[in-house]
Design a protein around this ligand. Structure first.
Ligand SMILES: [Zn+2]
Length: 317
């Protein structure tokens, strides 16, 4: 299993951290906890995603908006601060996200070679080519698909699967792939929180709305039933593995424990493995102090499963 991480992923909000619940150092905490695991391969993306890849993805108006302070602060859910220069926001918040997008691109290419890949960052599922919101500025999965098409790693007819297990509905992914019938979306989310968007919810192929406060047993049962509807006809699957499903999360408002969150990721991993679908896990949301621990435990669990799967495959050769 290959983990994508770079020290540049970490978001240092400084004084702004009081204005947003996101733990920008989460990635480094996970990295420290997993770096010495036997057989784990931690790969660093080569740089932030090139600006041209973003420009090719977004429309002309959005291209301009991505350089406007008021627009970006609104999307980041940070109040307008007159004296704060855009260059600081860009360096402290947007640049780490662009490193994260490159992580998703490189993890995608890795998955196509047969590896299970997990990018600690990315999973910006509220952003679209035309809009940024919900702490998501750029849609990394959309950009990764664009880059794989441009380099002929996949073709226009290849089918892509998105399994969105973040607590929030992935309105950005649904909008981004609204007219692309080759993309199948399975989305399980808290139906009682942001974003309340029926237009994008209608795009979801396997739609699993949950009530606020739903606990882990019921959640994982619903997820399992949804996963059972999948077949194996996909060249790649993205898993938006947000940990804001934890009961301790102030925004997700679902009721999973850490072990139930690990079980959730295991269910997805095992289903994708059984269908031989290359998997890319991406970060998504997660705003509780338990988020880093939950990600760490999931990676440890999937890594163990992945190692034993490799041993099994080797013994069959
Ligand atoms: Zn979320």
């Amino acid at each position: 299993m290959n983990i994508y991480y770079h020290p540049q992923y970490n978001i240092n909000l400084g004084l702004l951290s009081y204005l947003h619940p996101f733990d920008g150092r989460k990635f480094s905490k996970v990295f420290k906890a997993i770096k010495s695991l036997d057989g784990i391969d931690i790969k660093q993306p080569g740089g932030p995603v090139p600006q041209v890849a973003i420009d090719n993805f977004v429309g002309g108006i959005q291209q301009k908006l991505l350089h406007e302070k008021r627009y970006i602060l609104r999307a980041l859910e940070i109040p307008y601060i007159p004296l704060l220069p855009f260059s600081i926001i860009d360096k402290r918040i947007l640049l780490p996200m662009r490193w994260g997008i490159e992580g998703t691109i490189e993890a995608s290419k890795d998955a196509l070679k047969g590896n299970v890949a997990w990018n600690l960052s990315g999973g910006y599922h509220h952003a679209t080519p035309r809009n940024s919101e919900g702490f998501c500025i750029y849609n990394d999965i959309g950009i990764a698909v664009q880059e794989m098409l441009a380099t002929n790693l996949i073709s226009e007819t290849d089918k892509i699967l998105i399994v969105d297990i973040d607590a929030h509905h992935g309105n950005g992914n649904a909008y981004t792939f609204m007219d692309n019938k080759n993309v199948t979306i399975l989305d399980i989310y808290n139906n009682d929180v942001y974003p309340q968007n029926n237009y994008t919810k209608n795009r979801v192929n396997i739609d699993v709305p949950m009530a606020a406060g739903t606990e882990g047993t019921q959640y994982n049962e619903a997820l399992k039933n949804a996963l059972d509807k999948l077949d194996g006809d996909y060249c790649i699957a993205y898993v938006v593995a947000g940990t804001d499903v934890l009961a301790s999360d102030p925004l997700g408002r679902l009721g999973l424990s850490i072990s139930e969150c690990v079980e959730r990721d295991k269910l997805v991993y095992e289903k994708l493995q059984s269908l031989s679908i290359p998997a890319v896990f991406v970060g998504g949301g997660g705003y509780s102090s338990e988020s880093a621990q939950a990600i760490t435990e999931s990676i440890k669990c999937l890594h163990r499963l992945d190692e034993s799967e490799s041993v099994r495959m080797d013994s069959m050769r």
